[in-house]
Design a protein around this ligand. Structure first.
Ligand code: ME8
Length: 533
């Protein structure tokens, strides 16, 4: 897959890279599902798209986990990294590139990046004292910690006191450049609440931070002093640049620049906002590289109000969830039910209820009952109706007319929930329309023209809903399109070539006379297991 900075119409989205200290949980999947949905939306718009992800494999946390398991760190990383890649496949997530920080290509990029920062005079040796949370891989201020120096994000783990010589990055030098960035580009950090958090943090004055470790073997040796390894976060952030190098090209910063760096969107959880919105742009400025367009910090999936996490062990197993319910159900639930940017708790009862209501009842039944009427009354073919003959007052036509633009706008700003609500409103209006227009009565009364308008309007509304929901539920959208007589694969990266947005996102594009496929349930009603999760 090639992606170039010279592509006029391009879009790139990056997820963080996941720590391989344990198997992925639903929180790890959340960021990646959102990134995949947004990448799919841009592919529908016929843009050249790059979606990147990977695994974060160095550092003390990984070293300790491997030791505790009696494994070599590399063998440990190989196993867990593969588990992440396998989960993305199960979730129907299609990253274009998957980067591992233990790869030689990434190492080459980190060294070139480090050298630039070094040559710029931004690295110096100093004494680091402070409380270190190994699970966050981050020094914490004493005031940020709970009793007995426990980390608020990992209340089962105490931060450890460190007093050692480290190399430091001169973050303080970039104070005013960062402030300028935030004021020149108010969209750089989103949503607004996260931007305010960063502004307030930066206004307190930036401290230099250490970028080497003396007591951690599992990392890249520091080129200027091999007794140290590079701090895992310095190494990890640079993955974003590594991932922009075409896999066929030499791993160099120049090739990252021609291969698509900087990315449009960093999608991250709010726990790692500082690293992405403060440290990372400063590191890029120091290395003389352009900055990404936006950093979006989403909320947490919580269990009983506490961040779901590997270190805390209060996780929901996504492999189990996907085996039970399928990928579309999970993608839909998490993106629709949790307003993107806010925290959300998972409840299996709610999960089952929402999916049954939206996908099995509202969408699935609508398609099913309409298809059966079309089979019976119109010989299995999309009724031959001229759009001009449908009143502009027709509720489905008028709602459908603006829906594509409205949903596109919502996806642009990552308002997945809002996009779903708007689409569902058309689906619900369609169900009501069928009940009110009663096609079976129109048929009995011999009102052929009215009957055909009603059936066309409903089929078309289901089609439009399927198209616009395809970034979230591509398999269900495939099934709907198939039953409507199309041969379109929403999982194909070039889907826009056969189903372009300019045509398919418009109400009224369903070809008249098209022979319909076999009616089949698109989503099986879910049963709640006992006891629920
Ligand atoms: O932070 N809810 O890796 P990670 C929502 N390696 N999102 C969650 C979550 C939850 N309960 N738990 C985790 C790291 N995430 C670093 C990143 S990037 C250069 C290095 C999200 O495996 C989290 O917010 O701890 C982050 O976006 C991602 O999963 C990776 O978390």
């Amino acid at each position: 897959m090639s992606f170039k900075t010279t592509d006029q119409n391009r879009f790139s989205v990056a997820t963080p890279i996941y720590y391989v200290n344990d198997l992925p949980h639903m929180g790890s999947a959340y960021t990646t599902i959102a990134a995949d949905a947004i990448a799919r939306f841009h592919r529908l718009q016929n843009q050249s798209v790059l979606m990147i992800t990977g695994t974060d494999e160095h550092g003390q946390k990984i070293q300790r986990t491997a030791e505790a398991a009696g494994q070599s760190p590399q063998a440990h990383c190989d196993y867990y990294s593969a588990a992440f890649a396998a989960l993305w496949e199960k979730m129907n997530i299609q990253p274009d590139r998957f980067i591992r920080t233990t790869s030689a290509r990434h190492e080459a990029i980190v060294y070139e990046f480090f050298q630039r920062v070094w040559d710029n005079g931004d690295i110096y040796m100093g004494q680091q004292q402070g409380w270190y949370c190994v699970s966050c891989e981050e020094f914490k201020e004493e005031r940020e910690l709970l009793e007995e120096h426990h980390c608020p994000l990992h209340p089962n783990k105490a931060a450890e006191w460190r007093d050692e010589q480290n190399y430091f990055f001169r973050l303080s030098k970039y104070q005013s450049a960062l402030e300028q960035l935030y004021s020149d580009r108010p969209d750089f950090i989103q949503p607004e609440s996260r931007r305010n958090e960063v502004l307030s943090f930066v206004s307190q004055g930036l401290q230099d931070f250490s970028i080497s470790r003396i007591n951690v073997e599992w990392g890249l040796p520091l080129p200027v002093n091999p007794d140290h390894t590079i701090y895992v976060w310095f190494d990890a952030l640079v993955y974003y640049v590594t991932a922009c190098v075409d896999p066929e090209a030499e791993p160099t910063l120049a090739n990252a620049l021609s291969g698509g760096w900087p990315v449009n969107l960093h999608l991250i959880g709010k726990d790692i906002l500082r690293f992405h919105a403060v440290y990372w742009p400063a590191m890029l400025m120091s290395a003389g590289l352009p900055l990404p367009q936006q950093v979006y910090g989403h909320g947490f999936l919580t269990k009983d109000g506490q961040k779901m996490g590997k270190s805390l062990g209060n996780v929901i197993d996504p492999v189990d969830l996907v085996a039970r319910y399928g990928s579309d159900a999970i993608r839909y639930y998490f993106l629709k039910e949790i307003e993107f940017g806010r925290d959300g708790d998972f409840s299996e009862v709610r999960f089952v209820n929402i999916l049954n209501a939206d996908l099995a009842n509202d969408l699935g039944n609508l398609l099913n009952r309409t298809l059966k009427m079309v089979y019976k009354y119109c010989d299995r073919q999309v009724p031959t109706v001229a759009i001009a003959d449908i009143s502009t007052e027709d509720i489905l036509r008028s709602k459908g007319k603006t829906l594509g633009a409205q949903v596109a706008q919502a996806y642009e700003v990552l308002a997945f929930s809002q996009a779903c609500e708007a689409i569902l409103a058309l689906v619900r209006a369609s169900n009501k329309y069928v009940d009110e227009q009663a096609p079976w009565t129109l048929y009995k009364q011999g009102k052929r023209a009215e009957l055909e308008v009603v059936l066309y309007a409903v089929l078309e509304s289901v089609r439009l809903a399927a198209y616009l929901l395809s970034p979230l539920i591509p398999n269900i959208s495939n099934a709907i399109y198939q039953q409507l007589g199309y041969s379109v694969d929403f999982n194909h990266p070039d889907v826009a070539e056969v189903a372009p947005f300019e045509i398919h996102a418009l109400w009224g594009s369903l070809p008249v006379g098209q022979t319909l496929g076999e009616a089949m349930p698109i989503f099986q009603r879910l049963e709640l297991p006992t006891p629920p999760i």
